[in-house]
Design a protein around this ligand. Structure first.
Ligand SMILES: [Zn+2]
Length: 117
């Protein structure tokens, strides 16, 4: 099973996460990393694709920044390919007008350069 976990601050949804683990293990991990939110399982899914579709919809609905480790499916990629609002390297992050790559991806060429010196 695949789970979507919501984190609430004063009854307002402020965090959305996904996990394949037993949800309580994930929640305990989040708490042990310092989160003070109230966590609950929002939905369960049989497939990862179902979960990701639901997750994407929820992040839009609640205007929550998607977790950066979300797996980008081919469908998501094809939707974002050529769309200037999205990083054309990782397709995971939105970019400002005039940029093709997100801050994270634009650092990659520099890292390669330095490692060649
Ligand atoms: Zn990127």
């Amino acid at each position: 099973m695949f789970y979507i976990i919501g984190g609430y601050n004063n009854n307002t949804l402020v965090y959305l996460g996904t996990t394949k683990q037993t949800p309580n293990r994930r929640i305990n991990w989040l708490k042990s990393n310092g989160s003070k939110l109230d966590f609950t399982v929002i939905s369960t899914h049989n497939t990862e694709d179902d979960m990701l579709t639901c997750y994407t919809n929820l992040t839009k609905q609640y205007n929550i920044k998607p977790h950066k480790n979300v797996k980008i499916t081919n469908d998501i990629k094809m939707n974002r390919l050529g769309n200037k609002a999205w990083c054309q390297c990782c397709f995971k992050r939105k970019v400002n007008i005039g940029y093709t790559y997100c801050y994270f991806c634009s650092k990659k060429p520099l890292l390669i350069k330095f490692s060649m010196l």
